[in-house]
Design a protein. Sequence first.
Length: 701
Amino acid sequence: MGQSTVSPQEAQGQIGSAAPVAGAVPDGDCLLSVENLQVEFNTKRGHFRAVDGVSWSVNRGETLALVGESGCGKSVSALSVMRLLPRPAASIVGGRILFDGCDLLAESESGMRHRRGRDMSMIFQDPMTSLNPVLTIGDQITEPLRNHLGLSDQQARQRAVELLEMVGINEMERRLDQYPHQFSGGMRQRVMIAIGLACNPRLIIADEPTTALDVTIQAQILEMMRDLTRRLGITLVIITHNLGIVARYADRVAVMYAGRIVEQGPADRIFRAPRHPYTRGLLRSVPRLDRVRGALLETIEGYPPNLYEKHRGCHFAARCELVTDLCRNTAPSLLAYEGHEVACHLSDRGLPADSKPVLAGGERELARSDVLLEVVNLNKHFGGAGKGLFSVATALHAVKDVSFTIKRGETLGLVGESGCGKTTVGRMILKLESASSGDIRFDGESLITASAARIRDLRQRIQVIFQDPYASLNPRMTMGETLLEPLTQCLDLSPKAAQDRVHELIDQVGLLRDVKDRYPHQMSGGQRQRIGIARALAFGPDLIVCDEPVSALDVSIQGQIINLLAGIQAKLGVSYLFIAHDLAVVRHISHRVIVMYRGKVVESADCDRLYEEARHPYTRALLASAPVPDPQIERARQGQILQGEVGSVFSSQQGCLFANRCPMATTECHHINPPLEEIAASHFAACIHHPAVVNQRGSAS
């Protein structure tokens, strides 16, 4: 095949060799340099430039983060480096990409195939779509080893076992013969990293590698990647919109907007003293895990420019509060200021200090203290009938004796890893799942014993906002039709009154009325989520179940939606059950928080008390795993990353369900299942060690 053969011993020596950490990389030791890159797309709608004169570089052993909103050109830049742009729609029309001094744009297709996988590799956002579902994990890991290193089948399998062990997957031999669907999300992402590391590449590009993962699994994956890249001397480029991840792991940052670099430099300097208004806006839009709730996020209003249209000046001018005529008419150049580069006409004069946040609903007293929703000893079993898919021995106990209340005008946050039962609880409240036992009382009326006709009536008062707005909207209906349908079918409104209500709802969620003529695919993710909120508000509900409503959105759009939900609550007094795994978002929007693990509530308290004085080891591990967008704070944190994943819901484990992952577990923990007890005023925890935990905040902060 014209490729050099490397023995397994040589390959092992390469993989395991020591290398200097990122901080020891000498200045100017550049591995990858992107110079004035220009990428154009030709679509049915027209011609536009997705990447417009972008330049960035990364040194050997260094970690560079590319950040910015969706559509800014981050992924297109990375795909250009890998020469994986979709053709003929996309083409590189200018610039150079130098890898170790060689111009990748001048490489032949066969030369790039040889480089990809061996010299450079890419880890994509969704491992399930990146892995072949009909090939075993072993086949997919050994393929690059056979093709690039010329290893025999036996040698490649031996190396695959070592790679799985390296990325923290146990029972390696058995796992090699399994298929992707038999792995959890975190394990599939580890397999992708193993494939990326297989041939000891010098460069890894990770495109949103942890977006779909729980905070604990995300922390495990990123810690592992940082350890491996530093230990093996691998250069890492991370593409992400999570600024906490950037603060924790990146050495340098490049901020992109509408196809251009607007600011880049050392991570410490970018976070401490951002000079571009867009960078400052991104940082203000992020909910902070280390700050109490009670202020509106200072979001970036508006949307990125339409790249199909020509723009003379700064692309950010239409959204910038500091815009001048110079900004509108002349595009700024990327120039060096105080240790990093900025493309802004105002940088040489200095930007004004950040304004103080506006107090929001978090600081107010709840208008009424009476209970709207009461959940009592709720249980949900799947199977257990003795035959069929789930037998008695393998019955799934998804929700176990869960109890809580939600007051009028209150937000209750429900957090925990995937599979802990959060969404199942929400679905039972919505009557999309039937409860096995227990009771759900809404405004004093039991939803468990209510008739089907009564449930249909109550659904006007209990609504839902789903995680994926695109999947929850009918692609064949305009936004106006989507909002009009429930009004005309469930309410006795005249056509004019129904249309007026549609306009009112669109105004209420901050959209222009012309969106009613658009279809879902013609709208951005943030706009679609606003329509989802408008649809939930159509009947004037008392309770809205919000199931991960902002997890799929960019940081700036996420901030807009959070502010919108807070404003609606302050104005209308609606209550929220807010289900999420983003602990910073939950802290910003919630009054009280419940933490679930494997179907059980392990801790609950008022929001700030829980975040400041977490008593359960699992809650503390979640907080330790969540990054804060501040490099100085991240360096000072001493929390231990929670290892392992949520245990099987089919297991009949005795004792505390968290014992097998808990750093404080004793023999007693494996035999006693602690009840949920009130350990302080309105603060409940299910842990026999909770008195010993309260004064150990340093390990989780």
